[in-house]
Design a protein around this ligand. Structure first.
Ligand code: F6P
Length: 355
């Protein structure tokens, strides 16, 4: 049996851990398994760039961050909806030329959309859900998410002491453009006073009032704001319009604008901290290592059962799968009534929209 493996989209901790688990379980099921490591995601499949990798070469990469195969962003629109579908045709042709029995695809939302398309075109595919954004439909968690939660939580922990010493407001900008999961989890875990996520548009005057209250109570305030956090006016715009408006104002995110407004309205020193790609780097957390092991080993079982056109999922602690066709193109966002949002509200965490 010959499998092609590719990792696509933004990297995260756990990609190597999943491949390691898959290779171990696959080699146990099928000792003669051949693995084509496809280089830099779909780009490698389009250009037939790969190297044969012995299963045992995957065995000791559990702790290694990033991906040993390299990755690239190949937005679905550009990849599949291009004129005459040239790239899709190249991928199908190379899959055939490489003599693959199936393709293991590790990626996020866009990667899954392309995988669903290739599957509908006859390629045998098993996908695995990765992303720090945790926004893939049909799985409670994606791998990489909890590792990023750990980093973002530590950032919030660390700014608290300096915020307290200086009696300042500290705003930590957390990754997540569309989905606020990472900010929500880290915000709760890191003891933020205010959590701002894209799914709950905020009102700057109300944020200022909340900051004033928190500041009076304890002398400092910590805000966890998603990079995609937006105010109510911006929420009425399309993404393109919003980006254009922000570009004109010389800003990519709302963080500095919020900080400036707080300083102007309340005269309290406010600092913005952006951990950025640190949230994607480094070793997977122990919890991620465990779900990577579960997901990778399960993918090998699916391959042994010739169950293709699917993506591995974790639901209420159980590993199962979804059909790619059922989940592709859907985004799992935080809902304003989600029980964790409610938990946060119960603890007095403010989301920027209520009085
Ligand atoms: O992979 C998800 C993500 O980290 C988002 O949270 C973030 O908005 C984006 O990728 C950043 O992308 P890039 O690495 O291309 O700057």
């Amino acid at each position: 049996m010959k499998v092609g493996i590719l990792t696509s989209g933004g990297d995260c901790a756990g990609l190597n851990a999943v491949m390691s688990a898959f290779a171990k379980a696959m080699a146990a099921i099928e000792p003669k398994i051949e693995i084509c490591g496809i280089i830099n995601g779909y780009d490698g499949l389009i250009n037939r760039k790969y190297r044969m990798i012995k299963p045992e070469d995957f065995f000791d990469i559990l702790k290694l961050g990033g991906t040993i195969l390299g990755t690239s962003r190949q937005p679905y629109k550009k990849l599949i909806q291009v004129e005459e579908n040239t790239k899709a045709a190249q991928m199908k042709e190379n899959y055939r030329k490489m003599g693959l029995d199936f393709l293991l695809v590790l990626g996020g939302q866009g990667t899954h959309k392309t995988a669903a398309f290739l599957s509908s075109e006859g390629l045998k595919i098993i996908a695995l859900p990765k992303t720090i954004d945790n926004d893939i439909w049909g799985t409670d968690f994606t791998f990489g998410f909890h590792s990023a939660v750990n980093v973002a939580t530590e950032c919030l922990d660390r700014v608290q002491t300096t915020a307290a010493s200086h009696r300042r407001v500290m705003l930590v900008e957390i990754m997540g453009n569309k989905a606020g999961w990472l900010t929500l989890y880290a915000g709760i875990g890191g003891g933020a006073d205010i959590i701002l996520i894209p799914e709950i548009p905020h009102d700057i005057d109300k944020i200022a009032r909340a900051v004033e209250c928190v500041e009076k109570q304890k002398g400092f305030c910590v805000i966890a704001a998603a990079e995609g956090a937006m105010d109510k006016e911006e929420a009425l715009l399309s993404k393109k319009e919003r980006m254009q408006k922000r570009a004109e104002a010389g800003e990519k995110t709302a963080s500095n604008r919020i900080a400036k407004a707080i300083e102007e309205k309340l005269n309290i020193e406010t600092r913005v901290v952006v951990p950025g790609h640190i949230q994607r780097g480094g070793s997977p957390s122990p919890y991620d290592r465990v779900i990577c092991a579960q997901m990778g080993a399960y993918a090998a079982k699916l391959a042994a059962e010739r169950c293709f056109g699917v993506t591995v999922a974790l639901n209420s602690g159980k590993i199962n799968f979804n059909n790619l066709a059922d989940i592709a193109g859907k985004t799992k966002l935080v809902t304003p009534k989600h029980e964790l949002v409610q938990t946060a509200r119960d603890m007095g965490i403010f989301f920027g929209e209520l009085c």
